[in-house]
Design a protein around this ligand. Structure first.
Ligand code: ZN
Length: 113
């Protein structure tokens, strides 16, 4: 089910492009322009192998429906860089019942100091 599982060991550290199962405190910003997108406190383990968040910073994330109408693409509101997709109503135990499935390479983690 989780095809990314075996790559995690090699890509555990921040800056190497893989933030799944990485739960340090801090802020996830856009890799393209540095705009803060997600707080580490909104990250949760979806089990899908991709970083998942239930909520972004207000106004930081732009949503656009895919042409097929079934998925919602999310992009950085500042630079329009592609982030991933958002899914709703999957039943995860989160405050929003949303899952922002974000590509690791679209994020840059900034640890809390
Ligand atoms: Zn950006």
């Amino acid at each position: 089910r989780c095809i990314h599982k075996f790559s995690l060991i090699l890509e555990w550290y921040p800056g190497t492009g893989e933030y799944d199962k990485f739960f340090s405190e801090g802020i996830y910003g856009c890799a393209g322009c540095g705009t803060p997108l997600y707080k580490s406190s909104t990250k949760f383990n979806s089990g899908c192998g991709w970083p998942a968040f239930y909520e972004g910073f207000p106004g930081a994330i732009k949503r656009t429906a895919d042409p097929d109408g079934r998925r919602i693409e999310i992009t950085c509101a500042a630079c329009e860089g592609h982030l991933g997709h958002v899914f709703k109503g999957e039943g995860f135990n989160t405050p929003t019942d949303e899952r922002h499935c974000v590509n690791s390479i679209s994020l840059k983690f900034v640890p809390a100091s």
